[in-house]
Design a protein around this ligand. Structure first.
Ligand code: NAI
Ligand code: 15L
Length: 264
Protein backbone atom coordinates (compact mmCIF):
# COMPACT_ATOMS: atom_id res chain seq x y z
CA UNK A 1 0.00 0.00 0.00
CA UNK A 2 1.34 3.44 -0.89
CA UNK A 3 -0.33 5.57 1.80
CA UNK A 4 -2.53 4.24 4.63
CA UNK A 5 -4.57 6.71 6.67
CA UNK A 6 -5.29 5.84 10.30
CA UNK A 7 -7.81 8.13 12.03
CA UNK A 8 -7.99 8.09 15.82
CA UNK A 9 -4.29 7.24 15.80
CA UNK A 10 -3.67 8.73 19.26
CA UNK A 11 -6.22 6.42 20.89
CA UNK A 12 -5.75 3.08 22.60
CA UNK A 13 -6.06 0.96 19.46
CA UNK A 14 -4.47 3.58 17.23
CA UNK A 15 -1.26 3.61 19.27
CA UNK A 16 -0.94 -0.18 19.01
CA UNK A 17 -1.81 -0.38 15.30
CA UNK A 18 0.48 2.51 14.40
CA UNK A 19 3.40 0.28 15.36
CA UNK A 20 2.07 -3.05 14.12
CA UNK A 21 1.01 -1.75 10.68
CA UNK A 22 4.25 0.15 10.05
CA UNK A 23 5.67 -2.45 7.62
CA UNK A 24 2.41 -2.65 5.72
CA UNK A 25 2.46 0.72 3.91
CA UNK A 26 5.18 2.88 2.37
CA UNK A 27 3.67 5.88 4.16
CA UNK A 28 1.26 6.03 7.08
CA UNK A 29 -0.75 9.20 7.62
CA UNK A 30 -1.83 9.41 11.27
CA UNK A 31 -4.54 11.78 12.37
CA UNK A 32 -6.33 12.75 15.57
CA UNK A 33 -7.36 15.79 17.61
CA UNK A 34 -5.14 14.53 20.44
CA UNK A 35 -1.34 14.67 20.50
CA UNK A 36 0.31 12.16 18.13
CA UNK A 37 3.86 12.53 19.41
CA UNK A 38 6.80 12.61 17.02
CA UNK A 39 6.68 11.27 13.47
CA UNK A 40 8.74 8.19 12.59
CA UNK A 41 10.44 8.01 9.20
CA UNK A 42 7.48 6.83 7.11
CA UNK A 43 4.81 8.70 9.09
CA UNK A 44 2.86 11.88 8.34
CA UNK A 45 1.03 13.48 11.30
CA UNK A 46 -2.12 15.50 10.67
CA UNK A 47 -4.15 17.19 13.39
CA UNK A 48 -7.74 17.02 12.16
CA UNK A 49 -11.19 17.22 13.72
CA UNK A 50 -13.35 14.65 11.93
CA UNK A 51 -16.26 17.10 12.20
CA UNK A 52 -14.46 19.61 9.94
CA UNK A 53 -15.55 18.81 6.38
CA UNK A 54 -12.81 20.73 4.56
CA UNK A 55 -10.07 19.34 6.80
CA UNK A 56 -11.24 15.75 6.28
CA UNK A 57 -11.35 16.35 2.50
CA UNK A 58 -7.64 17.30 2.61
CA UNK A 59 -6.84 14.48 5.04
CA UNK A 60 -8.06 11.74 2.69
CA UNK A 61 -6.35 13.10 -0.46
CA UNK A 62 -3.63 10.76 -1.69
CA UNK A 63 -4.55 7.81 0.55
CA UNK A 64 -5.25 4.37 -0.89
CA UNK A 65 -6.64 2.83 2.29
CA UNK A 66 -8.29 4.14 5.45
CA UNK A 67 -8.46 2.54 8.88
CA UNK A 68 -11.15 4.60 10.56
CA UNK A 69 -10.71 4.39 14.33
CA UNK A 70 -11.40 8.04 15.17
CA UNK A 71 -14.39 9.29 17.13
CA UNK A 72 -16.12 8.85 20.46
CA UNK A 73 -15.59 5.30 21.70
CA UNK A 74 -17.89 5.09 24.73
CA UNK A 75 -21.30 6.44 25.77
CA UNK A 76 -21.28 10.26 25.82
CA UNK A 77 -23.63 13.16 25.15
CA UNK A 78 -25.39 13.45 21.80
CA UNK A 79 -23.50 16.66 20.94
CA UNK A 80 -20.11 14.96 21.33
CA UNK A 81 -21.23 11.89 19.42
CA UNK A 82 -22.79 14.04 16.69
CA UNK A 83 -19.49 15.69 15.82
CA UNK A 84 -17.09 12.76 15.87
CA UNK A 85 -19.28 9.85 14.88
CA UNK A 86 -22.05 11.25 12.68
CA UNK A 87 -20.55 14.32 10.98
CA UNK A 88 -17.17 12.60 11.06
CA UNK A 89 -18.39 9.52 9.20
CA UNK A 90 -20.30 11.62 6.66
CA UNK A 91 -17.21 13.75 6.05
CA UNK A 92 -15.03 10.67 5.67
CA UNK A 93 -17.31 9.02 3.10
CA UNK A 94 -17.70 12.22 1.13
CA UNK A 95 -13.93 12.67 1.07
CA UNK A 96 -13.46 9.05 -0.03
CA UNK A 97 -15.99 9.63 -2.83
CA UNK A 98 -14.04 12.67 -4.00
CA UNK A 99 -10.69 10.91 -3.86
CA UNK A 100 -11.14 7.65 -5.78
CA UNK A 101 -12.86 5.46 -3.17
CA UNK A 102 -9.94 4.21 -1.08
CA UNK A 103 -10.97 1.05 0.78
CA UNK A 104 -12.22 1.76 4.31
CA UNK A 105 -12.09 -0.36 7.43
CA UNK A 106 -14.74 1.06 9.74
CA UNK A 107 -14.29 0.36 13.46
CA UNK A 108 -17.86 -0.42 14.39
CA UNK A 109 -18.77 -1.95 17.71
CA UNK A 110 -20.62 -4.73 19.48
CA UNK A 111 -22.72 -1.93 20.99
CA UNK A 112 -24.75 -1.94 17.74
CA UNK A 113 -26.24 -5.17 19.10
CA UNK A 114 -25.65 -4.71 22.84
CA UNK A 115 -29.20 -5.36 23.98
CA UNK A 116 -29.23 -8.95 22.70
CA UNK A 117 -29.09 -11.45 25.55
CA UNK A 118 -25.89 -13.42 25.86
CA UNK A 119 -27.91 -16.57 25.20
CA UNK A 120 -28.54 -15.55 21.55
CA UNK A 121 -26.00 -16.54 18.88
CA UNK A 122 -25.82 -13.79 16.27
CA UNK A 123 -25.12 -13.79 12.58
CA UNK A 124 -24.14 -10.54 10.87
CA UNK A 125 -27.50 -10.15 9.11
CA UNK A 126 -29.62 -10.02 12.28
CA UNK A 127 -31.35 -6.74 13.22
CA UNK A 128 -29.39 -4.22 15.25
CA UNK A 129 -30.20 -3.70 18.93
CA UNK A 130 -28.00 -0.78 20.03
CA UNK A 131 -27.48 -0.19 23.73
CA UNK A 132 -26.99 3.61 23.78
CA UNK A 133 -26.32 6.71 21.68
CA UNK A 134 -22.77 5.48 21.02
CA UNK A 135 -24.16 2.20 19.67
CA UNK A 136 -26.70 4.11 17.57
CA UNK A 137 -23.88 6.21 16.08
CA UNK A 138 -22.11 3.01 15.01
CA UNK A 139 -25.39 1.81 13.42
CA UNK A 140 -25.35 5.11 11.49
CA UNK A 141 -21.77 4.46 10.38
CA UNK A 142 -22.69 0.96 9.19
CA UNK A 143 -25.68 2.37 7.27
CA UNK A 144 -23.44 4.99 5.63
CA UNK A 145 -20.99 2.28 4.57
CA UNK A 146 -23.83 0.24 3.08
CA UNK A 147 -25.36 3.20 1.23
CA UNK A 148 -22.03 4.37 -0.25
CA UNK A 149 -21.39 0.79 -1.37
CA UNK A 150 -24.77 0.42 -3.07
CA UNK A 151 -24.74 3.88 -4.65
CA UNK A 152 -21.06 4.39 -5.50
CA UNK A 153 -19.33 1.01 -5.16
CA UNK A 154 -17.31 2.22 -2.14
CA UNK A 155 -15.86 -0.86 -0.39
CA UNK A 156 -15.84 -1.00 3.42
CA UNK A 157 -15.09 -3.72 5.93
CA UNK A 158 -17.48 -3.04 8.79
CA UNK A 159 -15.72 -4.58 11.77
CA UNK A 160 -17.98 -4.91 14.79
CA UNK A 161 -15.18 -4.97 17.34
CA UNK A 162 -15.90 -6.80 20.57
CA UNK A 163 -13.19 -5.87 23.10
CA UNK A 164 -9.76 -5.31 21.58
CA UNK A 165 -7.33 -5.02 24.44
CA UNK A 166 -4.11 -6.75 25.51
CA UNK A 167 -6.30 -9.23 27.38
CA UNK A 168 -9.94 -9.60 28.52
CA UNK A 169 -10.60 -7.25 31.45
CA UNK A 170 -13.60 -9.12 32.90
CA UNK A 171 -15.62 -12.31 32.42
CA UNK A 172 -17.87 -10.80 29.73
CA UNK A 173 -14.81 -10.09 27.62
CA UNK A 174 -13.96 -13.80 27.53
CA UNK A 175 -16.72 -13.84 24.88
CA UNK A 176 -16.00 -10.49 23.17
CA UNK A 177 -12.19 -10.32 23.22
CA UNK A 178 -10.12 -9.88 20.05
CA UNK A 179 -6.34 -9.94 20.25
CA UNK A 180 -4.34 -7.17 18.60
CA UNK A 181 -2.62 -9.74 16.38
CA UNK A 182 -5.93 -11.14 15.11
CA UNK A 183 -7.06 -7.59 14.33
CA UNK A 184 -3.84 -6.85 12.42
CA UNK A 185 -4.32 -10.02 10.38
CA UNK A 186 -7.94 -9.04 9.63
CA UNK A 187 -6.91 -5.52 8.57
CA UNK A 188 -4.32 -6.90 6.16
CA UNK A 189 -6.83 -9.32 4.63
CA UNK A 190 -9.44 -6.59 4.19
CA UNK A 191 -6.96 -4.36 2.36
CA UNK A 192 -5.55 -7.12 0.14
CA UNK A 193 -8.68 -9.14 -0.71
CA UNK A 194 -9.26 -9.01 -4.50
CA UNK A 195 -12.90 -8.13 -3.84
CA UNK A 196 -14.06 -6.86 -0.46
CA UNK A 197 -17.63 -5.59 -0.91
CA UNK A 198 -19.18 -4.29 2.28
CA UNK A 199 -19.22 -7.16 4.78
CA UNK A 200 -20.09 -6.95 8.46
CA UNK A 201 -17.39 -8.86 10.31
CA UNK A 202 -17.44 -9.73 14.01
CA UNK A 203 -14.17 -8.44 15.43
CA UNK A 204 -13.56 -11.31 17.80
CA UNK A 205 -10.87 -13.94 18.35
CA UNK A 206 -11.45 -17.69 18.24
CA UNK A 207 -12.86 -17.68 21.78
CA UNK A 208 -14.57 -20.88 23.00
CA UNK A 209 -17.48 -18.86 24.41
CA UNK A 210 -18.11 -16.36 21.60
CA UNK A 211 -21.72 -15.43 20.72
CA UNK A 212 -20.98 -14.45 17.13
CA UNK A 213 -21.01 -16.45 13.91
CA UNK A 214 -18.54 -15.12 11.34
CA UNK A 215 -19.30 -17.62 8.57
CA UNK A 216 -20.49 -14.91 6.14
CA UNK A 217 -16.96 -13.40 6.19
CA UNK A 218 -15.05 -16.64 5.63
CA UNK A 219 -14.31 -15.65 2.02
CA UNK A 220 -11.71 -13.22 3.39
CA UNK A 221 -9.67 -16.17 4.62
CA UNK A 222 -9.40 -14.70 8.13
CA UNK A 223 -8.96 -17.42 10.75
CA UNK A 224 -8.31 -15.79 14.14
CA UNK A 225 -5.63 -17.58 16.12
CA UNK A 226 -6.11 -16.29 19.68
CA UNK A 227 -8.48 -17.74 22.27
CA UNK A 228 -9.49 -15.99 25.50
CA UNK A 229 -9.58 -19.28 27.43
CA UNK A 230 -5.89 -18.84 28.26
CA UNK A 231 -6.91 -15.92 30.50
CA UNK A 232 -9.85 -17.58 32.28
CA UNK A 233 -7.99 -19.00 35.28
CA UNK A 234 -6.32 -15.66 36.04
CA UNK A 235 -9.65 -13.84 35.75
CA UNK A 236 -11.36 -16.36 38.07
CA UNK A 237 -8.58 -15.85 40.59
CA UNK A 238 -8.98 -12.06 40.40
CA UNK A 239 -12.79 -11.88 40.73
CA UNK A 240 -15.92 -14.01 40.80
CA UNK A 241 -17.91 -14.29 37.57
CA UNK A 242 -20.97 -11.98 37.72
CA UNK A 243 -24.34 -13.51 38.68
CA UNK A 244 -26.65 -14.34 35.74
CA UNK A 245 -28.87 -11.28 36.24
CA UNK A 246 -25.93 -8.82 36.25
CA UNK A 247 -25.78 -6.76 33.00
CA UNK A 248 -22.29 -8.12 32.33
CA UNK A 249 -23.75 -11.65 32.32
CA UNK A 250 -27.16 -10.91 30.82
CA UNK A 251 -26.51 -8.60 27.86
CA UNK A 252 -23.94 -8.80 25.06
CA UNK A 253 -23.23 -5.07 25.53
CA UNK A 254 -22.71 -5.55 29.27
CA UNK A 255 -22.70 -2.38 31.38
CA UNK A 256 -23.26 -0.12 28.35
CA UNK A 257 -26.95 -1.16 28.59
CA UNK A 258 -27.11 0.67 31.92
CA UNK A 259 -25.68 4.03 30.78
CA UNK A 260 -27.99 7.04 31.12
CA UNK A 261 -28.52 9.53 28.27
CA UNK A 262 -25.69 11.96 29.04
CA UNK A 263 -26.55 15.64 28.80
CA UNK A 264 -23.13 17.34 29.13
P1 NAI B 1 -10.10 5.69 21.86
O1 NAI B 1 -11.17 6.52 22.45
O2 NAI B 1 -8.93 5.34 22.68
O3 NAI B 1 -9.57 6.41 20.53
C1 NAI B 1 -10.39 7.19 19.70
C2 NAI B 1 -9.57 8.36 19.20
O4 NAI B 1 -10.43 9.18 18.39
C3 NAI B 1 -9.03 9.26 20.32
O5 NAI B 1 -7.63 9.38 20.23
C4 NAI B 1 -9.72 10.60 20.11
O6 NAI B 1 -8.91 11.72 20.40
C5 NAI B 1 -10.09 10.52 18.63
N1 NAI B 1 -11.22 11.40 18.34
C6 NAI B 1 -12.36 11.56 19.05
N2 NAI B 1 -13.14 12.50 18.51
C7 NAI B 1 -12.48 12.95 17.41
C8 NAI B 1 -12.75 13.93 16.44
N3 NAI B 1 -13.89 14.65 16.46
N4 NAI B 1 -11.85 14.14 15.47
C9 NAI B 1 -10.69 13.43 15.42
N5 NAI B 1 -10.37 12.49 16.32
C10 NAI B 1 -11.26 12.25 17.30
O7 NAI B 1 -10.81 4.37 21.29
P2 NAI B 1 -10.13 2.98 20.91
O8 NAI B 1 -10.35 2.02 22.01
O9 NAI B 1 -8.77 3.18 20.40
O10 NAI B 1 -11.09 2.52 19.71
C11 NAI B 1 -10.82 2.89 18.38
C12 NAI B 1 -12.10 2.72 17.57
O11 NAI B 1 -12.56 1.38 17.66
C13 NAI B 1 -13.25 3.60 18.04
O12 NAI B 1 -13.97 4.06 16.91
C14 NAI B 1 -14.11 2.67 18.85
O13 NAI B 1 -15.48 3.06 18.83
C15 NAI B 1 -13.90 1.35 18.13
N6 NAI B 1 -14.05 0.21 19.03
C16 NAI B 1 -13.07 -0.10 19.93
C17 NAI B 1 -13.19 -1.20 20.77
C18 NAI B 1 -12.10 -1.61 21.68
O14 NAI B 1 -12.21 -2.69 22.28
N7 NAI B 1 -11.01 -0.86 21.83
C19 NAI B 1 -14.42 -2.00 20.75
C20 NAI B 1 -15.39 -1.59 19.77
C21 NAI B 1 -15.20 -0.52 18.94
C1 15L C 1 -16.50 -0.54 22.71
O1 15L C 1 -17.18 -0.21 21.72
C2 15L C 1 -15.60 0.44 23.36
O2 15L C 1 -15.03 1.35 22.43
C3 15L C 1 -14.49 -0.22 24.15
O3 15L C 1 -13.88 0.74 24.98
C4 15L C 1 -14.97 -1.42 24.97
O4 15L C 1 -15.71 -0.96 26.04
C5 15L C 1 -15.77 -2.37 24.10
O5 15L C 1 -16.73 -1.72 23.28
C6 15L C 1 -16.49 -3.47 24.89
O6 15L C 1 -17.68 -3.66 24.70
O7 15L C 1 -15.83 -4.16 25.66
Amino acid sequence: MERLLITGAAGGLGRVLREKLRPFARKIRLSDIADLGAAAENEELVSCDLGDEAAVMDLVAGCDGILHLGGISVEQSFEKILNGNLRGVYNLYEAARAHGHPRIIFASSNHTIGFYPQTTRLTADMPMKPDGLYGVSKCFGEAMASMYHSKFGQETAIVRIGSCFEQPLNHRMLSTWMSHDDFVDLIQRCFTAPKLGCPIIWGVSDNDCTWWDNSSARYLGWRPQSNSEVFRAALDAKEAAPPVDHPNAAYQGGMFTQDPIHKD
